[in-house]
Design a protein around this ligand. Structure first.
Ligand code: HEC
Ligand code: HEC
Ligand code: HEC
Ligand code: HEC
Ligand code: HEC
Length: 428
């Protein structure tokens, strides 16, 4: 905790302001771990073990994580390995899922590109980024003793690039940790010392939202934009009906224990959380008439704000198309759902995100200028809206030796937008 945590809270803002307005100052300094733990709101019978779960999570997600240390003498090289491919040889299903997830891409070019220079100029901040993006001690290139950084003897460069690996969530001191069996029991099928990797220590903590909070929720004194925490997903969830009903992050993001963690980048996942309605006045129109239509997006099964973070932008759009499908100039009307902030995160421009149950409505109204015109109502998602502008600015400012990967990340953000919903209505 302490100074390191303080850095983490600043998190993305640190690099955003580098070379611009300078580093942001940090809020209150260290506080005792117990005081900053949030109360866990697991539903029903599980609430009994809430303290035990808090304790488990605090130990399991210590920042930074300790080195694993030497493997047990009995362990084969395969069992001692922290590489996801080692786990894959016995857990192929989880590996196949994980590989397609953003957790597996969390040391992608956008992050790695920024860390090249940051590791040299401000190692403490760079290591703070890794607490969420590549959390194992064995993934850290440098050791930080509170004042200075030195080369790490246990650093594994290949492992670093794999991001949030299996071991990041499941292995501490070479011991495997995991959820209870599907029947709820914590026992092993056989004496543990007869099982691969000495069996598993099972904890219900793996089933609850608190397990995800360390990386998806800032502490109360963390970095704020317009008075609101930069990352507030766990608290948004806690205030929602989903928390009251006992629906955890895992229930939506790891259904049937799948390791997919789909989110804003996945159209099916986003559709699963929304109800989209479109309506127009039914009558045929003549040129000169006014068309009116309504497009409504309601957050029905998103367990937190939609979207929860600053980067995405969701646009409700109405526009008229000519018979060849070309948009008629001046006919486009939009309604934006986003938490929009300046690149240095000093100013929030607007916050139109939907809390669970809320709706956004576009009331479309336009004069039909010519025959053969149709109305297109659509919802378009730009998952990386903020990052496109941010990576552009970073390249202009000079990303140093990280420029090449940052350019690659910029291109990827430009390709990630998609049409979530589209309906064409002939008007004449
Ligand atoms: C040599 C094969 C082997 C390798 C390699 C291996 N595991 Fe396992 N793992 C097993 C077996 C067998 C079990 C079932 C143990 C039990 O039932 O208690 C298991 C159980 C688990 C569980 C609990 C699963 C459950 O059913 O609830 C987790 C989590 C786990 N392993 C994680 C890992 C991770 C992470 C790695 C890589 C760092 C890994 N394992 C590498 C064979 C392996
Ligand atoms: C972000 C943290 C995280 C990462 C990364 C992760 N897991 Fe898990 N894993 C979990 C959680 C949480 C559960 C329990 C989910 C539930 O029960 O809803 C779980 C469950 C499991 C289980 C038990 C599955 C079952 O059907 O009972 C196995 C085995 C496992 N993980 C292996 C792996 C392997 C192998 C990898 C890497 C390829 C991996 N995990 C990566 C968090 C993680
Ligand atoms: C060790 C930190 C860590 C933990 C623990 C963690 N995450 Fe993440 N998660 C991340 C990071 C970092 C990203 C962003 C990865 C990237 O795109 O670079 C992310 C991204 C995501 C996404 C985004 C998908 C998208 O398309 O934008 C979802 C959903 C998600 N996590 C769900 C979960 C859930 C559910 C849990 C708990 C089971 C969890 N995470 C635990 C660090 C973590
Ligand atoms: C508290 C956990 C946490 C810390 C610390 C953190 N991040 Fe992230 N990061 C996330 C999560 C969660 C996401 C996914 C949501 C989003 O895009 O905002 C993410 C997304 C990103 C992305 C966009 C996705 C990608 O892979 O390109 C970049 C770039 C990034 N982080 C860079 C950094 C840098 C640089 C630092 C350190 C200055 C840092 N992060 C520190 C949690 C964290
Ligand atoms: C009731 C289902 C549900 C629950 C519960 C839920 N989510 Fe989500 N989550 C979604 C849906 C649907 C999306 C896609 C829409 C969106 O991006 O908001 C999503 C998106 C995300 C994203 C993508 C980033 C973004 O900007 O939206 C992250 C990260 C995430 N969830 C993390 C979590 C965490 C952490 C928890 C628990 C504290 C959680 N979710 C609980 C349904 C859920």
């Amino acid at each position: 905790m302490g100074a390191t945590t303080c850095r983490e809270r600043r998190d993305h803002a640190a690099t955003l302001t580098r070379g611009g307005t300078g580093l942001l100052s940090c809020g209150a300094m260290s506080r005792p771990i117990g005081a900053v733990l949030l109360v866990l709101a697991l539903g029903g019978a599980r609430a009994v073990g809430a303290d035990a779960i808090d304790d488990f999570v605090a130990r399991h997600w210590k920042r930074p994580l300790d080195a694993q240390g030497p493997p047990p003498v009995r362990a084969t090289p395969l069992e001692a390995s922290l590489h996801p491919e080692a786990c894959a040889s016995c857990h192929p299903q989880q590996y196949a899922d994980w590989r397609t997830s953003t957790h597996a891409a969390s040391m992608g070019p956008g992050v790695a590109g920024q860390l090249v220079e940051l590791l040299a100029s401000d190692p403490e901040s760079a290591l703070g980024c890794q607490n969420c993006h590549a959390p194992l001690a064995e993934q850290r290139p440098l050791d930080w003793d509170g004042t200075r950084a030195g080369a790490s003897a246990i650093y594994d460069p290949r492992l670093r690039h794999r991001g949030l690996v299996c071991a990041g969530c499941h292995v501490r001191g070479h011991e495997r940790f995991g959820p209870p069996r599907r029947d709820g029991s914590l026992e092993s099928v056989a004496p543990r010392d007869t099982l691969p990797h000495n069996g598993v220590t099972r904890s219900p903590a793996f089933l609850g939202s608190k397990f995800c909070a360390g990386c998806h929720q800032f502490e109360p004194d963390g970095f704020r934009v317009n008075g609101k925490l930069l990352e507030d997903t766990y608290e948004e969830w806690r205030a929602s009906r989903f928390a009251r009903e006992g629906v955890q992050c895992q229930d939506c993001h790891m259904p049937d224990r799948r390791h997919l963690w789909r989110g804003i980048h996945d159209p099916e996942m986003v559709r699963s959380g929304l109800t989209i309605e479109a309506s127009t006045a039914a009558a045929r129109l003549a040129p000169g008439d006014t068309v009116t239509a309504m497009l409504r997006v309601t957050s029905t099964r998103v367990g937190h704000a939609f979207p929860t973070y600053i980067p995405p932008r969701v646009v409700l759009r109405g526009e008229l198309l000519d018979p060849d499908g070309r948009p008629l100039p001046g006919s486009r009307q939009e309604r934006v759902i986003a938490r929009d902030a300046e690149l240095d995160l000093a100013t929030e421009n607007f916050d139109t995100r939907l809390q669970p149950g809320e709706s956004a409505v576009l009331e479309y109204r336009s004069v039909v200028a010519a025959p053969g015109v149709r109305l297109r109502l659509s919802v378009v998602v730009y998952p990386d809206w903020f990052y496109t502008r941010f990576f552009q600015a970073l390249l202009l400012q000079g990303a140093g030796r990280g420029a090449e990967p940052v350019r690659e990340a910029l291109e990827a953000t430009r390709r990630s937008s998609y049409v979530l919903f589209e309906r064409d209505v002939p008007l004449t």
